[in-house]
Design a protein around this ligand. Sequence first.
Ligand code: GLP
Length: 242
Amino acid sequence: MKIIKAKDYNDMSRKAANIISAQVIMKPNCVLGLATGSTPIGTYAQLVDWYQKGDLDFSEVTTVNLDEYKGLTRENEQSYYYFMNENLFSKVNINLERTFLPDGTEPDSDKACRDYNKVIADVGGVDLQLLGLGHNGHIGFNEPGMAFEAETHCINLTESTMKANQRFFASMEDVPRQAYTMGIKTIMQAKKILIVVSGADKAAIVKEAFFGPITPKVQASVLQLHNDVTLVADEAALSEIS
Ligand code: GLP
């Protein structure tokens, strides 16, 4: 694993955006695996800025997102589709027909997962997968458990994740209890992985996930087995590793 130390959140965002923009420049028709959460917001803002300056062209790019809440429509401000549209899709020249997320409105979980697996297979796999890191080590919505789930699946969110996400909803009752997420095998099949982490509150999980044992109890620990992972983290997030 390559570790790139950033001074702070802005520096992390710029460095991560540099890696993504290099991918888009080197392979204009690449498949980007995208993530939500608060950590990549600055990365997307930087990409938008470079697009507006004429340095980036997304016209041939395809995107597949990691996850989506089950039960939320695209118009719901807390849906991950809405997030992606707000932070990236509506601000660059991407072809919206080439942007994919699991369908949160599909009540049949098996169908939603099957359909999304087909989407990922049809686009030919992911060239660069962007990831954030949950406080409990989750990636996408692969929550701590007894096994690494291979492909897209419906997950019951843990209390800790629901609490962490509560800040975006009016009340705890409004926080969805389930989500559809890409599985670990799919994430591991990405050619390159870029993981962004910021803040002292993530320092302990950074150490556990990337320097501790590989275990489904800390899902991100599996990334230790991938041969092209870059962690871009700020000093605060790296403060527990020497
Ligand atoms: C969310 C998302 C993840 C994200 C993580 C961390 O629940 N499903 O993809 O990486 O939690 O979020 P944040 O960056 O806001 O800490």
